[in-house]
Structure formats: C-alpha cells, structure tokens
Design a protein around this ligand. Structure first.
Ligand SMILES: [Fe+2]
Ligand SMILES: [Fe+2]
Length: 171
C-alpha cells in the first residue's frame, strides 16, 4: 500500500474507491472474455475486419484490468480473487453471444462499450479533485472506451452500408 500516496486522497473514502474499482475490474475481465469469444465464433460478411477489431479490444480490456488491479493494490485493497465474483460485482454484466452474425456481434459490443463509458465517467466524476491518481487512470481508460465505441460503430456502419449497396444492385 502506498501510505503517503494514499494520504493525499481527500473528501472520499478509500474503501469506496476500492469497491468501485473492483466492480470495474470485474467488468474488464468479462469484456475481455466477451471479445475473445466473439472473435472466435463470429460469422458473415467482412468478418476478418471485425475479428481484427475484436482481438484488439480484447487486448485493451485485459490491459485495463491490469491498470485497475494495480491501483486497487496501491490503495491497500485486493483485486477480486475468484472469477465467480466477477458476476456478483459487475456493472455491465456478461452477454453470451446468441447470434454469431457480424452485425449482431458488433451491436452487442457497442452496448458493452456504452456501459463501460457510463462506469468510467461516473468514476471520473467521483474522484475528480479528490483522488488524482485514480482520476488519471479512469480518464485514460474512459478515452479508450470512447474510442472503442467509435471504432465498432464505424465498422458496423461500413458493413451495413455495404450490405445495403449489394442489395440495391441486385434489384
Ligand atoms: Fe476496458
Ligand atoms: Fe472497451
């Protein structure tokens, strides 16, 4: 635990920051696995572009889990020790892919990113001017999640436009 580093935290309970970071930590692991498995089962048009994006996002979510775990430890907490706890602490839940079509998978992933944006936005609001180090970490992650949403939406739109174009030429 970073004793002096933690003494500069003001106006917020460290235990509450740890509790909320552990919820985000659960989300990151579940998001990691969701991207990992989606990249394996995905089917349909332009799926290679989608697989590249999903694999990149999986790597990013795992990196976020690492950043959050390091901060929990600095604060004197313990990151969740059992995967079973991911399901009891998560904010965003886990949606096992039902429809493996590329468009359905991208739509599920966009919803997941929107939930992550809400989570980190709330954490940034809570820690701003109170816990500068956590604020910095959650702001970096928030910027990544915004980029993730944008990348997925752009790919989703490219694919749906391409499909519409093909349909219109077949009429
Ligand atoms: Fe993330
Ligand atoms: Fe993300």
């Amino acid at each position: 635990m970073a004793k002096h580093g933690n003494a500069i935290i003001k106006g917020i309970e460290i235990d509450e920051v740890i509790r909320l970071l552990n919820k985000a930590y659960a989300d990151e692991w579940l998001a990691y696995y969701q991207y990992y498995i989606e990249a394996k089962v995905i089917k349909g048009i332009m799926k290679d572009a989608a697989i590249a994006e999903l694999d990149q996002h999986a790597a990013d979510e795992l990196r976020h889990a690492d950043m959050v775990a390091q901060r929990i430890l600095q604060l004197g907490g313990t990151p969740l020790l059992s995967p079973q706890e991911w399901f009891t602490h998560t904010n965003c839940g886990y949606e096992a892919p039902q429809d493996f079509d590329v468009v359905a998978i991208l739509e599920d992933a966009i919803k997941g990113e929107q939930c992550a944006i809400d989570t980190y936005s709330a954490l940034a609001d809570l820690t701003k001017d109170k816990d500068i180090v956590t604020y910095d970490i959650v702001s970096q992650i928030l910027a990544d999640e915004v980029e993730h949403e944008e990348d997925l939406q752009a790919l989703h739109d490219d694919i749906t436009e391409f499909v519409d174009h093909i349909k219109s030429t077949m009429k």
